[in-house]
Write a protein that binds this ligand. Structure first.
Ligand SMILES: NC(=O)c1ccc[n+]([C@@H]2O[C@H](COP(=O)([O-])OP(=O)(O)OC[C@H]3O[C@@H](n4cnc5c(N)ncnc54)[C@H](O)[C@@H]3O)[C@@H](O)[C@H]2O)c1
Length: 304
């Protein structure tokens, strides 16, 4: 029986560990040949280690699949073209790109440095652009292809100490939507997933109070492999017609997110002054203001 991504070639960034590893393994089980991209960096982006990418390639091969490793950094302009060229040389085509590689540099905003900002933007947002742009040329020639990008509820909702990461993850939502609009005419799709999973990225969340410890214990139940089925499905032709959307996966739950649209309007035929706004704006809009929630305020119950 043919599997859901049989004959497809997938590139998965950050596939040496965590969520990316789970996606790479399931893509291979479901019939795809996989390029496992991972620089093997520490959580904050420092260092490099060929071990994680190679280990996932070995795991795929032991399962009877086909895979190659790439340890080039996706944030370095020029590397994306080399990664795509390696995929074409090994497997002759590229059908699925999973933009998953990421780092964290959490810092309360008034202490955030330029490098905290620019390094996070470089890996998440610039890396996703560079890889997407390199694949877009191949997808356009094939008149087919699927992009799957990891965003985060830290961006979609919010979190403390993550203005850099929030900006990068919301930037990825815009990138995905832009690709979806521009490339729909070529039957090319682009979607986002906001994953929840216990990986070293979450291990960095401080758990000091009893409530925090309880919450972290519940998050541990969410293994990174739980994200893979949706990523593989979105990459497959079975998901035809799904593009420009934002999903989330939290253990056995799958969410569809809304996207920003106007919710209230005010107008005056004689126009506005700051004073007139002072007289009317709060009264009209305040009941509809979006509260300053964090992700944990919105996802306030234990995952199913
Ligand atoms: N774990 C979660 O709950 C969670 C929540 C929201 C979003 N995410 C997102 O999911 C993705 C995967 O996260 P994870 O938790 O599996 O993290 P992880 O740290 O376990 O894995 C990320 C991988 O990316 C690799 N990487 C980092 N910089 C790279 C670069 N420049 N080039 C190539 N590879 C690079 C790292 O070496 C690492 O193996 C990230 O984009 C993250 O922001 C995760």
């Amino acid at each position: 029986m043919s599997k859901i991504v049989s004959g497809k070639v997938a590139i998965v960034t950050g596939a040496g560990r965590g969520i990316g590893r789970g996606i790479a393994l399931l893509l291979a089980q479901e019939g795809a040949r996989v390029v496992v991209c991972d620089i093997g960096a520490s959580l904050d982006g420092a260092g490099a280690d060929a071990g994680p990418a190679q280990a996932v390639v070995e795991e795929i091969k032991q399962g009877g699949g086909e895979a190659i490793a790439s340890t080039a950094s996706i944030s370095e302009p020029g590397n994306a073209d080399k990664i795509v060229a390696a995929a074409l040389a090994a497997f002759g085509r590229v059908d699925i790109l999973v933009n998953n590689a990421g780092i964290l540099r959490d810092r309360i905003f008034h202490r955030m440095s330029w490098s905290d900002w620019s390094d996070v933007i470089a890996v998440h947002l610039n890396g996703s652009f560079l890889m997407s742009r390199a694949c877009a040329t191949v997808f356009r020639e094939q008149n087919s292809g699927s992009f799957v990008h990891m965003t985060s509820t830290s961006g979609l909702v919010g979190n403390f100490g993550q203005a850099n990461y929030m900006a990068a993850k919301m930037g990825i939502v815009g990138l995905s939507r832009g690709i979806a609009l521009d490339m729909a005419r070529f039957d090319i799709r682009s979607n986002c997933i906001a994953p929840f999973a216990w990986t070293r990225m979450i291990d960095s969340i401080p758990a000091e109070t009893e409530a925090e410890k309880k919450r972290v214990a519940a998050i541990r139940e969410m293994t990174p492999e739980k994200i893979a089925p949706l990523a593989v499905y979105l990459g497959s032709d079975a998901a035809a017609g799904i593009s420009g959307q934002i999903f989330a996966v939290r253990n056995n739950e799958i969410y569809l997110f809304n996207q920003t649209r106007p919710i209230r309007t005010l107008h005056r035929s004689d126009g506005w002054t700051p004073e007139k706004l002072d007289a009317q704006l709060k009264g009209a809009f305040e009941p509809s203001f979006t509260p300053l929630d964090r992700s944990s305020d919105v996802f306030s119950w234990d995952p199913v």
